[in-house]
Ligand binder design. Structure first.
Ligand SMILES: C[S@@+](CC[C@H](N)C(=O)[O-])C[C@H]1O[C@@H](n2cnc3c(N)ncnc32)[C@H](O)[C@@H]1O
Length: 274
């Protein structure tokens, strides 16, 4: 699997919330181009846009772009950082897009956000705003797979998988996250959409072993476990750290280099009729 040449400090590819890799963007644009030529790419909307990470990557392909999110904080950050003339950010739910005219949008995306939406309501709105053959793309990824470039064996990925599937931890998962675990295969599109699913679009970059410990602490289900049973959650993390040192045969996790592979998936639908 090729490793993209990226530095540890690259802001764009921050460890825990990476930008979607160019391969993902290419898959979406190729799918769109199958039925709508590039010179007709006028309006692009990114819903659940957060601080605009996904939107920025696609904006140069469209005349006018909109980023909407229900979080005022995220939108404020996106607006403050915005330097693009063709991009507008606003606080707005994905399910109701009053700023967008009927049958005007060629592409509508949601990067790691679609599992939060009221999808029946959302698809009513996409029916309204999309042109014929307009595309809705849901992009996601789950927990990345760490690898040890020295041993190259399965001990490290197995250790990560065992903590992610720890029964006590899993009890604290938000059910809204289930579609992410099934790679959005269960997020059904209505019958008037031609459906396409792409999986295992791998994106690998370097990290340090210690980053895994920081990463686990960002999981919302780890935070919920911590709140529910602090001692048990802390013990789980301590045991992970102990086992990590054993597996990598080092006490210096801060300088031990590993790789992280995010496997992206995309659920895409092309509107064939209203
Ligand atoms: C995991 S973040 C992803 C943010 C961004 N798309 C990215 O890839 O960095 C999910 C975002 O969806 C937003 N969100 C959740 N439900 C929403 C809804 N119904 N309508 C619009 N945004 C929503 C949240 O506020 C959050 O910013």
């Amino acid at each position: 699997m090729p490793t993209e040449k990226l530095s540890y400090n690259s802001k764009a590819y921050s460890l825990f919330r990476p930008n979607a890799p160019p391969k993902v963007i290419d898959v979406i644009l190729k799918y769109l181009e199958e039925n709508i030529p590039k010179d007709q790419w006028n309006i692009f909307v990114d819903v659940g846009c957060g601080n605009g990470q996904g939107l920025k990557q696609l904006s140069r392909h469209f005349k006018q772009c909109y980023g909407f999110d229900i979080s005022e904080g995220q939108i404020k950050e996106a607006q403050n950082e915005n330097v693009l003339n063709n991009v507008v950010y606003d606080v707005c739910p994905a399910e109701t897009l009053p700023a967008i005219k009927d049958k005007s949008v060629q592409l509508l995306t949601a990067f790691t956000a679609a599992h939060y939406f009221d999808r029946p309501k959302f698809f009513k709105e996409t029916d309204r705003v999309l042109v014929e053959n307009g595309v809705v793309a849901f992009v996601g990824y789950y927990i990345p797979v760490p690898n040890d470039p020295i041993s190259k064996d399965k001990a490290l990925p197995d250790l990560m998988s065992s903590i992610a599937n720890n029964p006590e931890l899993v009890k604290h998962e938000n059910p809204l996250m289930t579609p992410i675990k099934t790679h959005y295969r269960d997020l059904k599109f209505p019958d008037n959409y031609e459906y396409c699913h792409k999986d295992n679009i791998a994106f690998t970059f370097p990290a340090h072993a210690q980053d895994l410990i920081g990463y686990i602490q960002t999981w919302s289900f780890f935070q919920a476990f911590l709140e529910d049973n602090k001692t048990a959650a802390e013990t789980l993390l301590k045991n992970f750290e102990r086992d990590l040192k054993k597996v990598l045969k080092t006490d210096d996790l801060n300088s031990y280099e590993i790789t992280l592979t995010f496997n992206y998936f995309i659920g895409m639908g092309r509107k064939k009729s209203d």
